[in-house]
Design a binder for this molecule. Structure first.
Ligand SMILES: [Zn+2]
Length: 277
């Protein structure tokens, strides 16, 4: 599942390719989008900017129109040169934006809607989002307050709740808790303010490093792979995620894993480095 860093990178790539360009063609497999296009065509508008808000990707066009997409489990945006062969089947195309130099294609996005700026201000999906870890305006105090108020839920579940903090997905959840030495099953209501501060202060630089914005920290994305360790090798890019039964990189204890929560998302941890009190 794409996490905040992936969406941030996708938005940055789309922005570099499309911003300031005129849309020369538009196609969609989604009827509600097609209806908007019929009434007030997307073709001929200029792309003003592309940005991420949590895991939402917003493309703003001239004439007060914003395309909001959310990838959920399966969606992705691709950029192609005109005429270049797509890496996905054409019937997976949901939205296609043509400019003279690039073609942006959204494949299998389950959520896509056109909004005006006014709609955007009222959008429940966006208004309920917690502070965005990747935003330059990230509000740390607000994030800490929301975590402290998250109640008797496991910290693993709280980190995935985009209303508490926006941007963390399943991989970063396990990696951040490992780096903080916090067992994923510990209840947020039983954690101390210092624990939340540690989680946020580990998560922010880690996620920013994976957007390519903080390569000087020594943690950089390597051929598009997500990295939380400082190893360049593809085998050693993550501390615990996906490593069930393998020795902990710090202490050698076999990494544990369990599926929990409504989506049965896998959580990984080291039983020795992340003890239950
Ligand atoms: Zn360990």
């Amino acid at each position: 599942m794409p996490e905040g860093d992936t969406i941030f990178r996708a938005a940055a790539a789309l922005h570099r390719a499309l911003a300031g360009r005129v849309v020369t063609g538009f196609d969609t497999a989604l009827a509600p989008l097609a209806r908007v296009h019929d009434d007030s065509p997307i073709t001929g508008r200029t792309v003003d900017r592309c940005e991420s808000v949590g895991k939402h990707l917003l493309i703003t066009f001239s004439g007060d129109l914003v395309l909001r997409t959310h990838m959920r489990m399966s969606g992705s945006w691709h950029l192609y040169r005109p005429g270049e062969r797509w890496q996905r089947r054409p019937n997976a195309m949901r939205v296609r934006l043509d400019t003279d130099t690039w073609v942006a294609v959204a494949f299998d996005v389950p959520v896509a809607e056109f909004l005006t700026t006014r709609d955007l201000g009222r959008s429940r999906a966006l208004n309920t989002l917690g502070p965005d870890l990747l935003s330059p305006a990230f509000n740390r105090d607000e994030a800490l307050a929301r975590m402290a108020g998250a109640g008797a839920r496991s910290i693993a579940e709280v980190l995935l709740d985009q209303r508490v903090i926006a941007g963390i997905g399943n991989v970063f959840k396990s990696e951040v808790l490992f780096l903080c030495g916090i067992h994923p099953d510990r209840l947020a209501s039983m954690l101390a303010p210092a624990d939340f501060a540690r989680v946020v202060d580990v998560a922010v630089p880690l996620m920013r490093a994976n957007t390519g914005a903080a390569a000087s920290s020594g943690i950089v994305t390597y051929r598009g792979l997500r990295r939380t360790t400082r190893q360049a090798s593809g085998e050693e890019t993550l501390w615990v995620y996906g490593r069930v039964g393998k020795p902990c990189r710090k202490c050698g204890t076999p990494i544990a894993s369990a599926k929990r929560g409504i989506d049965a998302r896998s959580t990984y941890w080291c039983p020795a480095c992340q003890p239950l009190p």
